[in-house]
Design a binder for this molecule. Structure first.
Ligand code: COA
Length: 152
């Protein structure tokens, strides 16, 4: 999970406290700035998705996401992000959702492209990973870019 992104350490207690601050109803009322979801696979926690709203007035937000190793490469994150994007574009006033990933993270780039995100630029030396600075790509999806998944 840490191969392509810097993650800070957190205890279970810290995670629980942070999750308890989540007020998803705020999201649908157009307020609040950080929201988190646990991705479940067969009722087991498999990863998470974070949404940071950077500006409600202009409808701007950023997504972060990760799956634990055993749940990677099963097509889970595309399903999870598709559900969330549909919810965000149908039930909130967000207009533009960004995501960033290391230029070496081909899995994440494929996920974003398949969801309809477009690559908009390269952010030089964006974060530190294993002691070296790594460039990131900036991706974004607009309300009008999003094609809702067909029901299965
Ligand atoms: C990157 C990540 C979100 C992809 O989600 P996923 O559900 O595993 O992705 P999928 O199973 O839908 O795979 C999508 C594509 O990416 C490829 N892929 C997935 N993980 C990959 C990896 N680690 N290395 C290379 N390719 C990978 C798959 O082979 C697939 O390619 P295809 O469309 O050509 O068949 C997930 O693997 C993950 O959480 N990784 C660790 C944390 C991370 O990198 N988070 C994102 C930070 S920006």
């Amino acid at each position: 999970m840490r191969r392509h992104q810097p993650l800070s350490q957190a205890s279970l207690g810290q995670l629980r406290a942070e999750l308890a601050l989540n007020r998803v109803e705020d999201l649908y009322r157009g307020r609040g700035d950080k929201f988190q979801w646990i991705v479940l696979a067969d009722a087991e926690p498999a990863g998470w998705i974070t949404l940071v709203v950077t500006n409600w007035e202009h409808g701007l937000a950023e997504l972060g996401y990760a799956l634990t190793t055993r749940y990677q490469r099963r097509g889970l994150m595309i399903q999870g992000l598709n559900l969330l994007l549909a919810d965000l574009f149908f039930r909130t006033s967000l207009e533009r959702i960004e995501a960033r990933c290391s230029v070496e993270n081909t899995g994440s780039q494929k996920v974003l492209t398949q969801l309809g995100f477009r690559r908009e630029g390269r952010l030089r030396d964006y974060f530190v990973l294993d002691g070296r600075r790594v460039d990131n790509y900036l991706y974004a999806i607009l309300r009008n870019d999003f094609v809702p998944p067909r029901p299965v």
